[in-house]
Design a protein around this ligand. Structure first.
Ligand SMILES: Cc1ncc(COP(=O)(O)O)c(C=O)c1O
Length: 335
């Protein structure tokens, strides 16, 4: 990730206010808008011991006329509800969560940066029931919190091709929880990622358990070449990225032949000889891979630079988000 000297790193600055709502006695209470500050939480809170938590991450964009638009909020809220369900946490109410996001944006409207910046939105759900003996009992009480963080261009220093370690042994999550956006999955990816950084100067690890290409610690993976897009088909083992879905839709619109299927490391390395590879996610949109490191060997992807198709797809999605190209699929919601 590139950070220009005068801009804080992604996610390190919060807006002045957050929205909070509590789940008690089987129902969600009214939400409140409060200054960002410490939470009152029992040290026995379920989340602190048994990781009963999930979160989301998406962006609001300021358009040239000053209006503010959230990108695919409905999909992110649906994924948050699915994460909650799979963790046996109280499901946030979709309409209430959308109102909480809108309330934070409205209160902190002046903090939404102009393009190429954006306001990153981070709903968080935690189990708060104080009980350290509840390893096999879901929390009856929970808090939902919506944070916001102004973020600037992820590629302020230019798009640098990424070095990716291909890991055919470790998994980044329990197989049934890959599609859940929960803190434990990021904790599981941390050790392998830091080891890859130390040993290979790799930016990320591409998890490929059993040799099947899956995703990195915080992004989905794409292979791209003349008129073709390939990514893994959806299953429970990895996060169903909203950017992934948006790029597949955009690819179809542009006439790409889009394939969603299981593929292995061998096929990926063959593709890399004269194709492109990229990581997709809310933060970076689409980030080009320059090198795949596998079995101690470095494999250059195409020219080793960020490929032209990667740049073009990224630019076209960003143009929609920033209001510079038509929003044909109704992905933006004005707030
Ligand atoms: C593990 C993981 N995979 C994929 C993604 C990409 O998802 P999205 O495009 O919805 O941001 C993310 C996060 O953003 C992630 O944390």
């Amino acid at each position: 990730m590139s950070v220009s000297p005068q801009r804080p790193a992604f996610g390190t600055v919060l807006t002045s206010h957050m929205a909070t709502a509590n789940y008690r006695d089987g129902r969600w209470g009214e939400h409140e808008l409060v200054p960002v500050g410490p939470l009152a939480l029992s040290p026995a809170a379920h989340v602190l011991h048994y990781a009963s938590t999930c979160f989301e991450g998406f962006k609001a964009f300021r358009h040239a006329d000053g209006s503010v638009h959230v990108f695919r909020m409905d999909r992110h809220i649906a994924r948050m509800r699915q994460s909650a369900r799979m963790l046996v946490l109280p499901e946030p109410d979709a309409a209430q969560l959308a109102r909480m996001v809108a309330a934070v944006i409205d209160r902190c409207r002046e903090a939404v940066p102009a393009a190429p910046g954006a306001l990153y939105l981070r709903p968080l759900l935690i189990g708060t029931t104080p009980n350290i003996g509840a390893a096999a009992t879901p929390p009856a009480d929970a808090s939902l919190i919506v944070l916001a963080s102004p973020v600037w261009d992820y590629f302020a220093g230019g798009m640098k091709p990424l070095r990716i370690l291909v890991d055919a042994h470790n998994t980044r999550s329990a197989a049934h929880l890959g599609m859940v956006k929960t803190g434990g999955n990021y904790a599981a990816a941390m050790g392998p990622t830091l080891a890859a950084r130390a040993k290979y100067q790799a930016d990320q690890v591409l998890f490929c358990p059993g040799g099947e290409v899956q995703e990195t610690g915080a992004a989905n993976f794409f292979l791209i070449r003349d008129g073709r897009l390939l990514t893994r088909s959806l299953d429970a083992t990895f996060l169903h990225g909203v950017t992934r879905d948006s790029l597949l839709t955009l690819g179809r619109d542009l006439g790409f032949e889009v394939s969603e299927r299981v593929f292995d490391v061998g096929e990926m390395l063959e593709w890399a000889v004269d194709g492109e590879a990229a990581l997709s996610g809310t933060a970076a949109v689409l980030a080009g891979v320059g090198t795949l490191i596998h079995g101690g060997q470095e494999h250059r992807v195409g020219t080793g630079e960020v490929g032209p198709l990667t740049r073009s797809l990224r630019a076209q999605l960003v143009a929609i988000q920033q209001g510079a190209a038509p929003d044909r699929h109704g992905w933006l919601k004005r707030v």
